[in-house]
Design a protein around this ligand. Structure first.
Ligand code: FEO
Length: 399
C-alpha cells in the first residue's frame, strides 16, 4: 500500500521483512530491508523515482495501479539500476511502453545490459532538470560510485527541499514506519553503519567529495529519501555529518580480535591476547569473534568500527583457514584506511600461517604493528602468558 510522505510525495516501495541475504550471499541483513520507490505529483508532471526488486515486480505494479492510473505517470527516474531498484521496470513498462526513463548514460548501459530492451531512455547529467510545473523541478546530481558508476541523486525543490539519494544514506532495515524519528534510534544507526561499512566503505573518497559538493550547494533540506530503510526526516543533516565521519578513516577506541580455531588453541591465544589488552588499557573496547561461527558482515562492521584488528588462524595446509581467508578477501575490498593489525595463531610443524596473514593484511592496507605471535601445538600456561604480554605490548604500539 502506498504511504503519503507529503501532500504530493508518496512512498510506493516494498518492505521486505523476509530478506536475510543481499547481493547473493555477500551481505547479510539482520532486519530485512525495503526497496523504496517514490511518486511525486507535480503541478504538471507526475514522476516515479525507482522501482523495486524483481521478485516483487507484479505486486509493485498492482499496488502502483491502486495509487495512480499508470498512464498518468509522465516519467520514470532510475537513479541507480542494480536490480533491487530496476527489477520491476520491465513489468511496469509493459503497461506503459514509451514512458521516458531518465537515467545517466551509464544507467542506460546497465539497463540495456540487464534487460536488453530499447526503452525510451533520456540521459541526464548533473544540473539537468525535470520540470514538474508550478516552479518545481527535480535536479539531477550524478554520484558515480556511490556505489555504482550509474548512481545519481535527485533534488526536489518542493516540500522544503527533498534529496532522493538512492543507496546513499540507506539502511537494510525493514520498518512499517517510514521515518527516522519513528524507529528505535540505536537499532537504526547500527543498520546505517553496517550498510556504510559493507557497501560504501570502498568508495570513501567519492562519498566525501560528493557530500561536500552537495553541502556547498546550500540547498534547503527538509528530508533525505534513500532507496532502503527509513527516510531521514528529523535532522537530516545529522546523517550527512555522520557520513563525513564514516568516510574519513573512521575508528572508535576498539580493538577487534577475529580468529578461527581447529582444536581451541588459537581461540585460547585470542582470549589471552584480549586479557593482555584489557590489562594494559581499560578504556579500549575489545571484542572477539570466531570467523567461522559469526556473521561475516557483522564482523566486517566491527572491524570498520575499530582502530585495530588482530587476526588469528592455525596454520592449515601451509596456509590459513577458509573462514579467515574469506574474511580477509572481503576486508581487502573495503579499502579501510589507517587501521593497525597483527596476526597470531597455533601451528604444528610448518607454521607459516601467521606470516602469510601478516602479508595479506599489509596488502589489504593495514599498518602491520609487528610480526605477530605463534604458539606450537596447544598453548601451555607459558605460551598463554606470552600471549597476554603480547596483548599488552600491542596496545602500547598503537599509541
Ligand atoms: Fe540498492 Fe545498489 O542497490
Amino acid at each position: 500500500m502506498a504511504k503519503k510522505i507529503t501532500d504530493n510525495i508518496s512512498w510506493v516501495g516494498k518492505v521486505d521483512w523476509e530478506l536475510k541475504m543481499f547481493h547473493g550471499n555477500e551481505l547479510s541483513t539482520r532486519r530485512g530491508s525495503s526497496y523504496n520507490a517514490y511518486l511525486i505529483r507535480g503541478a504538471s508532471k507526475t514522476v516515479l523515482l525507482d522501482t523495486v526488486w524483481g521478485p516483487y515486480d507484479k505486486e509493485f505494479v498492482a499496488r502502483l495501479k491502486e495509487e495512480i492510473p499508470l498512464d498518468k505517470i509522465d516519467a520514470i527516474v532510475m537513479q541507480h539500476n542494480e536490480t533491487d531498484h530496476s527489477g520491476a521496470l520491465r513489468e511496469l513498462l509493459r503497461e506503459i511502453p514509451g514512458t521516458p526513463v531518465y537515467c545517466t548514460a551509464k544507467g542506460e548501459a546497465i539497463l540495456r545490459g540487464h534487460y536488453h530492451q530499447d526503452w525510451n531512455y533520456v540521459n541526464v547529467k548533473t544540473g539537468d532538470k525535470l520540470d514538474l510545473g508550478g516552479g518545481e523541478s527535480l535536479t539531477f546530481i550524478e554520484a558515480p560510485m556511490l556505489h555504482w558508476p550509474d548512481t545519481m541523486f535527485s533534488y526536489y525543490n518542493g516540500c522544503g527541499g527533498v534529496l532522493f539519494s538512492n543507496d546513499g544514506f540507506g539502511q537494510h532495515y525493514a520498518s512499517e514506519s517510514l521515518f527516522n524519528d519513528e524507529v528505535p534510534q540505536a537499532e537504526m544507526m547500527r543498520e546505517a553503519e553496517k550498510y556504510f561499512a559493507n557497501i560504501l566503505a570502498p568508495f570513501c573518497p567519492m562519498v566525501t567529495r560528493k557530500v561536500k559538493e552537495i553541502l556547498a550547494m546550500n540547498l534547503p533540506l527538509a528530508m533525505i529519501c534513500p532507496s532502503h530503510g527509513v527516510i531521514w526526516r528529523r535532522d537530516p543533516a545529522s546523517i550527512v555529518q555522520q557520513y563525513l565521519l564514516w568516510a574519513d578513516a573512521y575508528a572508535e577506541n576498539q580493538i577487534t580480535i577475529v580468529y578461527d580455531t581447529m582444536w581451541n588453541g588459537t581461540r585460547a591465544m585470542a582470549e589471552a591476547i584480549a586479557r593482555g589488552i584489557e590489562a594494559a588499557d581499560g578504556a579500549v573496547t575489545v571484542k572477539l569473534f570466531n570467523a567461522a561461527k559469526f556473521d561475516k558482515n557483522n564482523i566486517l562492521t566491527e572491524i570498520f568500527h575499530s582502530k585495530a584488528l588482530l587476526l588469528g588462524s592455525p596454520t592449515i595446509n601451509n596456509g590459513y583457514s577458509y573462514a579467515v581467508a574469506g574474511l580477509l578477501e572481503m576486508v581487502k575490498g573495503l579499502k579501510l584506511k589507517k587501521k593497525s593489525a597483527a596476526a597470531f595463531g597455533c601451528y604444528g610443524w610448518s607454521g607459516e600461517g601467521v606470516k602469510l596473514l601478516s602479508e595479506h593484511l599489509a596488502s589489504a592496507g593495514f599498518n602491520i604493528v609487528d610480526e605477530g605471535i605463534r604458539a606450537q601445538w596447544n598453548p601451555d600456561a607459558a605460551a598463554l602468558a606470552a600471549c597476554e604480554e603480547y596483548g599488552k605490548a600491542f596496545v602500547s604500539k598503537l599509541q
